[in-house]
Design a protein around this ligand. Structure first.
Ligand code: SAH
Length: 251
């Protein structure tokens, strides 16, 4: 499928989700787009195997972000995309996981839209889907969870608070991105809002990569588990995490 460019718009940017780590989790469409790109603007969590798919003469621009440390400020990233697209380059903006899930993909596209630049979005496997699949933890299961929520552990910084009472439900799976540093707060809030302190939970570190590690415990032990884990990691809260023991397949 191809998109028909609007004659009033200029340049072209593909916003591509590279998946959570295992390079084989890139989509076929993402693979094709990377091979055709003149400029690849990429983040820290994109694996080297995926970058190696770019043409030998493609320009690779690293704008990686680390927690609490932005290598290139967001407005500068937006400007790079605009400038390269307006210069007539086929630009790919490559992000870890899926660009629309805690990836600021929406913000970058808004800038492109304001500058009348054409774009497309190629979805990626978000960490919550990839890491739990490789950990043998089904996010929903008829006997355990009828809903799942993805939450950022970063909200406090923005001065917003999560609606904890909506999350603290026993038949709901919670997946926290960027939550390691906030694990104490997450634990206290969930227990205060009625979730059992013995609710099973897991931390998946480096999900889908060879170095993947899965920590298991209960809600009250989450801060201790988080102390041992390294970023990138997801916190998963809910009884589905117990299934890891039975369904683990990736070592
Ligand atoms: N857009 C990305 C998320 C970016 S936020 C996506 O859709 O996956 C970065 C956070 O994602 C990390 O702090 C971590 O919580 C999570 N993450 C990304 N890759 C991961 C991996 N391989 N294993 C575990 N968590 C991961």
């Amino acid at each position: 499928m191809t998109t028909t460019p609007n004659p009033l718009t200029r340049g072209f940017v593909s916003l591509v989700g590279a998946g959570p780590g295992d390079p084989d989790l890139l989509t076929v469409k993402g693979y094709r787009v990377i091979q055709a790109a003149d400029v690849v603007v990429y983040d820290r969590l994109v694996s080297t195997e995926i970058l190696a798919l770019a043409k030998p003469n493609a320009e690779l621009i690293y704008v990686g972000k680390k927690l609490d440390f932005h290598c290139v400020p967001q407005d500068q990233i937006n400007q790079i995309l605009v400038d390269k697209a307006l210069a007539g380059k086929k630009v790919i903006r490559l992000k870890g996981g899926d660009s629309f899930i805690f990836g600021r993909g929406g913000e970058e596209l808004e800038t492109l839209a304001e500058n009348n630049i054409n774009f497309e979005v190629v979805p990626g496997i978000t960490a919550a889907a990839g890491a739990t699949a490789y950990a043998g933890i089904p996010l929903t299961h008829r006997d355990h969870a009828q809903s799942v929520q993805f939450i950022t552990g970063h909200v406090q910084k923005d001065g917003r608070e999560i609606e904890w009472s909506a999350l603290a439900q026993s038949n709901n799976t919670l997946v926290f991105y960027m939550g390691l540093k906030q694990s104490g707060h997450i634990t206290t809030q969930l227990i205060e809002h009625g979730l059992d302190a013995n609710t099973p939970c897991a931390i998946i570190e480096n999900g889908t990569r060879r170095e993947q590690r899965v920590f298991q415990g209960e809600l009250h032990t989450l801060p201790q588990m988080a102390n041992e884990a390294q970023s990138p990691a997801l916190i998963v809260v809910g009884s589905v995490t117990q299934l890891h023991n039975k369904l683990k397949w990736f070592e």
